[in-house]
Each structure stands twice: as structure tokens, then as C-alpha cells.
Design a protein around this ligand. Structure first.
Ligand code: HEM
Length: 187
């Protein structure tokens, strides 16, 4: 069975070179030279020279069957040869978000913010994987580790996607967000 648990490890060498790192909101992260994305069952996770984050793929909270089928039909997986750019964007939401009921969160996520509708416009160019951190412990520095891969020609599109989402009501609940851009190291 493939791993659902992933580590994002800051290091002095590795798969992805860090090209930019800035805090969108809240406390920044220091900038490692490289980041390795490691599935927990793929290889032992070496101690980080810098920092490491972790998150686990979890069940979906906000998509129903038809939306899920539409996503599955269009979205592409990670690891495409042409997708030499990546973005690692850890996100934390305010406790007030978790204090809402599921239907209140859904009303903000999709009803007001159209998160999935916006995101769908950027598929299949942008491949993504969402990792949940609070499913691992209450003490993780972020709630979500979002991770994206795309070809260099889609960088502008990706930035537009971020601008669209960051302007939504959902993002009013984000209190920490760090945007780290990566370039694949050629082998
Ligand atoms: C590439 C296009 C995108 C699509 C199609 C997309 C779609 C989705 C969907 C369907 C979910 C709900 C998963 C569930 O049911 O639990 C979700 C959750 C999420 N997405 Fe996106 N998304 C995209 C881009 C982004 C971007 C660029 C960001 C931020 C950098 C982002 C951040 C998140 C976060 C933090 C959640 C979890 C929300 C929560 O559970 O409170 N997404 N996305």
C-alpha cells in the first residue's frame, strides 16, 4: 500500500532547489537550500539540516460524488516530466474555522469562496496534493501542507490561482501561510 504520510525536509542537497520563500501571513520559515519530498514508507526520513514538515492524505470533507468524479477525470498526478516547478505552501487556519460546523465551513469553502470551482479552472496544468497535519497531532505548526507541480509556462497561471483564492472569504480564516517555490534539480 502506498504511503499517505509525507515529509517535506529542508536540506543542503536534494530533489528540489528552493527559488523563493516568503511569508504571506504570520511567522516565516527559514530558507533551506533544497527540499526533499519523502513518502514515509519510501526511505528513512533523515534528520533535517533545517526544518521538516509533515502531513497525511486524508478523507475529503467538501466534495460530493459528482465533483469528485469531475476532479478525477481532469486532474493530473504529480511527477510529470514537464512539471519542473513546484510550490510548497503550508497553511494554518484560525481556531474559529474549526469552531464552525461542517455545513458552515462548506458554505464558506464552496458557497461563498468557490474554492473548487476556481481550482478546477487551473486543471490539468496544476497538479496538487493536500496533506492534513492535525490528523497527526494537535501540535503541528500548520494545519495543511499544500503541494503543487506545474510546467514553467504555467507559473503566471499558478500565481493568478493564488491571487483568486487569497481574495476569498475562506482565506479570512488563514492566519499563517508560507509560500515556497521550488525548481526540480535535473538528474
Ligand atoms: C489547483 C487547483 C485546486 C483545486 C482543484 C483545489 C481543490 C480543492 C478541493 C476539492 C478541496 C477540498 C478537499 C476536501 O474535500 O477535503 C481543497 C481543499 C483545500 N485546498 Fe485546494 N484546490 C486547488 C488549489 C489550491 C491552492 C492553490 C491552495 C493554496 C495554496 C489550496 C488550498 C487548499 C486547502 C488549505 C484546503 C483544505 C481546506 C480545509 O479543509 O479547510 N488549494 N482544494
Amino acid at each position: 500500500m502506498s504511503s499517505r504520510l509525507y515529509y517535506f525536509v529542508g536540506a543542503t542537497s536534494g530533489q528540489w532547489e528552493v527559488t523563493a520563500n516568503y511569508s504571506v501571513k504570520g511567522e516565516p520559515l527559514t530558507t533551506p537550500a533544497f527540499i526533499n519530498v519523502v513518502a514515509a514508507d519510501a526511505s528513512p526520513v533523515l534528520p533535517s539540516n533545517d526544518w521538516q514538515l509533515r502531513g497525511i492524505i486524508s478523507n475529503e470533507r467538501y466534495v460530493e460524488k459528482t465533483q469528485k468524479d469531475r476532479l478525477l477525470a481532469v486532474q493530473q498526478g504529480l511527477g510529470r516530466a514537464e512539471a519542473t516547478c513546484a510550490a510548497l505552501i503550508p497553511i494554518r487556519k484560525r481556531a474559529t474555522w474549526r469552531g464552525l460546523t461542517q455545513s458552515e465551513r462548506l458554505a464558506i469553502f464552496e458557497g461563498q469562496s468557490h474554492h473548487n470551482v476556481i481550482g478546477m479552472q487551473y486543471l490539468p496544468a496544476i497538479a496538487r496534493r493536500l496533506h492534513h497535519c492535525r490528523d497527526l497531532s494537535e501540535h503541528e505548526p500548520f494545519d495543511f501542507i499544500t503541494y503543487f507541480e506545474y510546467a514553467p509556462r504555467y507559473e503566471e497561471n499558478f500565481n493568478q490561482l493564488l491571487a483568486d483564492l487569497r481574495g476569498t472569504a475562506e482565506w479570512d480564516f488563514v492566519d499563517r501561510e508560507v509560500d515556497i517555490r521550488l525548481q526540480r534539480v535535473s538528474s
